[in-house]
Design a binder for this molecule. Sequence first.
Ligand code: ADP
Ligand code: MG
Length: 492
Amino acid sequence: MNFSDFNLKDTIQQAITDAGFKEPSPVQKDAIPLILEGNDIIAQAQTGTGKTAAFGLPIMNMMKADGSVEGLVIVPTRELAMQVSDELFRFGKLSNLKTATVYGGTAYTRQIDRVKQASIVVATPGRLQDLLMSGKIKINPQFVVLDEADEMLDMGFLDEIKNIFTFLPKERQTLMFSATMPNAIRKLAQQILKDPKTIAITKSESTNENITQNYYVVQERERDDALVRLIDYKNPDKCIIFCRMKKEVDRLVSHLTSQGFKVSGLHGDMEQRQREVTIRAFKQGGVDIFVATDVAARGLDVNDVTHVFNYHIPFDSESYVHRIGRTGRAGKTGEAITLVTPSELRTIKRIEKDVGTTMATQVIPTRQEVQNSKSDELIAKIAGTQVTQRAIDLVKTLQHDIDIVTISHLLASMIQEEQNIKGKDSIGLGLEEIELLIQRAVQSRGNDRNRNGNGRRRRSGGNGGGNRSGGREGRNRDGHRGSRNSSSRQRD
Ligand code: ADP
Ligand code: MG
């Protein structure tokens, strides 16, 4: 199947060609024809599968470019608002479809001016609600998209979303996209969609098969050492490290910077401008390592992220799927690496079950092993290097005083010193130890069930693992639920 099979307008087709898209992705194949026929849809697809184009292309194809706002896309975070807006701009520019981006944290006036000239508004819920309720903008979009709907509900935006829909025309086409489909989403769908067509993928496909998933078992105090060792070993081009808390992001950024890595952090407390600069630096390669909280990194589309690290295992399976979905995008391969302590092994097992995937148990390489692998890399690099005239001159000069073998030893030592592997020799648990712990965890779970007769309830109702008996309401990925809700509202 080809994009031309959709019979899109020439200007849209040209934009697709310009973007370098050859073939529609599965969600695009399913969604585009249904949307063009005028259906409401509710679509679930894994991250990085091109959901933006799946809704953007067909709605833009149906727009008149008459200067009014014809489409509204609601997204959870400002990063995502900017990203989706950029992508839609790309598709729409040849058709004269302008986009405006509306999010919190910056002045109202420019955003309002841009909305007046736009065909498509991409907005976060908080700011959009403000503008609609205060009457600062009036829009009648015929196409309304909720992108990353599950995350918006997780962030506590349900009330805002319901309120926003009271300002929207009854006659409209509504499209809902979500990587996961919890019950709250289905309920919302019943309220805002009309006879929706469902596009779903099976659970086992909800993580992308291009992503290799590994986990390492360490003691709590070994997390930093383990992380640095694994970065040294894996040598990622670009990686994202996920943390649970903002202060952890700040701490890791300074720690990794002190280890000589090019690092920056992203979390909700940062100023808008600073966030934009940071993301751009990461996209353009000035920064190799990005340390982020879940909320900040949601939906972030950066090409060529080779590795995702879970410094802490996420609290829920959905979050795991989203995090690792930052790598292996657009057909590329990627690796997801999770650090867990022995008491978190049960959580790993639960996530594997929820997500329908298996993560491989791995052992952290010793310093010697990393050094050996660096030497192998170096040998390959030396073999592939072109000799320059300057190098020949340099060796000639050295040869006056030093014999040729010693020169080569000195040069090799010099290079190796630069890639010196730090830290203690061995970090984390070995395979046999891990196997034993897993067996025990499984056994004790069985015992719980027999003894209390409510093992099942404890596991599913409490969202699993003994280490998070507080459940989802008590704690969440970015700190406390209450504080995150209010800070999201402020932000957006
Ligand atoms: P999602 O919203 O599903 O996480 P995005 O819409 O952000 O995914 O798309 C992920 C990346 O894939 C983007 O860089 C996008 O430009 C690219 N992309 C989308 N559709 C295609 C396609 N059909 N062919 C090639 N690249 C695509
Ligand atoms: Mg998306």
